[in-house]
Design a protein around this ligand. Structure first.
Ligand SMILES: Cc1ncc(COP(=O)(O)O)c(C=O)c1O
Length: 362
């Protein structure tokens, strides 16, 4: 197919460090499809990318770390919440390449800071970790003083004789030292994989459903779909932003990605499908339906999701299926973007809820 060949040729020349185990498997979710009856569900196992327990950041980091090396940096500074998957996989990639990882982790009052889940893994990678108290009602991406805090950390590294690279939160927005949407290129490539895997099964992709956090996963998938399979909807379940903000992020990254691929294309309003309905009390706040979705997938597929991203995305998918958002018989790919180390710090909420519901159904 000409479009596929030409897109691969456009991605090929970009500098890339091999960090992920690719292609990741794409499997039918037979157990869950049987339970839901009218849909063909598939799962793209990006939790199996490797690089410290897997996840979507491994694909992004292949291109971002190549940029770190090209810029001659020996230290990578990034930031996010205390249980960030992005920070954990960045620390792993940096360790692999002999680069110093510096993580600025923002802690909201409800979040715990014992070495558990991702934070334990950051510690094992010997990342330089600074935990900063953040206001409860502000999103990490919107904290007013982030830029100043990161610049201060960069100054400290420069005074130590290091050359820092500032990688934006989630490897998404084009800012800091990243002047091209490298994270999204990783997800254009992921769509190529999904397209090839579904085509080899002779199945047309109706939709790809995934968790949307900082926007590059959705932007990359969207660009890939617009080029290879325009009828495929890319459906983002917002886990951290309202629809307006997420649409802005995704559009900005997607348009920069078209540019980088040297394609005269743009994203239209109708291309960006996002749902904020499942955000509830906000990023990382435990909700019972998420624990139910995690248990359902564990019991019917033997697959583990996480409480912050993929569990919420699955909760959204199940609700949309039930509401008739998808056509009967449509083939839907659920992107498992990783995040499972965060299961452990949420153990008490998960156990309390599942104990109660399981006792009620006995
Ligand atoms: C497990 C997991 N899934 C999904 C996402 C969302 O990806 P993106 O930030 O590209 O929107 C993230 C990170 O933000 C993540 O850690």
């Amino acid at each position: 197919m000409k479009a596929l060949h030409s897109l691969k040729k456009r991605i090929e020349p970009f500098p890339r460090v091999r960090l992920a185990h690719l292609p990741t498997p794409l499997e039918p979710m037979d157990g869950l499809s049987r339970r839901l009856e009218r849909f063909n569900l598939f799962i793209k196992r990006d939790d199996q990318t490797g690089l410290a327990f897997g996840g979507n950041k491994a694909r992004k980091l292949e291109f971002i770390m190549a940029d770190v090396l090209e810029q001659g940096a020996d230290c990578v500074i990034t930031w996010a919440g205390v249980q960030s998957n992005w920070c954990r996989q960045t620390a792993a990639a940096a360790a692999r390449l002999g680069i110093k990882p510096v993580l600025i982790l923002f802690k909201k009052p409800a979040f715990r800071t014992e070495y558990d889940g991702n934070l334990l893994l950051d510690y094992i990678f010997n990342a330089t970790i600074e935990v900063i108290e953040a206001e409860a009602d502000k999103k990490t991406m919107e904290l007013a003083d982030v830029a100043g805090i990161i610049e201060e950390a960069a100054g400290k590294e420069r005074r130590l004789g290091n050359t820092p690279y500032i990688a934006p939160i989630g490897g998404s927005l084009v800012e800091g030292s990243m002047d091209k949407p490298w994270g999204a290129i990783g997800y254009v490539h992921a769509f190529v994989e999904i397209f090839e895997q579904m085509s080899s099964r002779g199945v047309q992709i109706g939709a790809v459903v995934h968790a949307a956090g900082s926007g590059a996963t959705q932007a990359g998938l969207l660009v890939g779909a617009k080029i290879l399979s325009p009828e495929t909807r890319i459906v983002g379940i917002n886990v951290s932003e309202d629809n307006e903000t997420m649409t802005r992020y995704v559009r900005s990254i997607a348009d920069r990605t078209f540019e980088l691929l040297d394609l005269d294309m743009r994203t239209g309003e109708e291309d960006i499908v996002v749902f904020e309905d499942y955000l509830r009390e906000g990023y990382g706040v435990f909700i019972q339906e998420v624990a139910d979705a995690i248990a359902l997938v564990a019991e019917s597929e033997g697959v583990l999701l996480d409480p912050v991203y993929t569990g919420k995305a699955m909760m959204g998918l199940l609700d949309l299926l039930q509401k008739g958002y998808f056509k009967e018989g449509e083939s839907i790919v659920f992107l498992h973007s990783g995040g499972t180390p965060a299961l452990f710090p949420y153990r008490e909420d998960i156990i309390t809820h599942l104990d109660r519901t399981r006792a009620a159904t006995e």
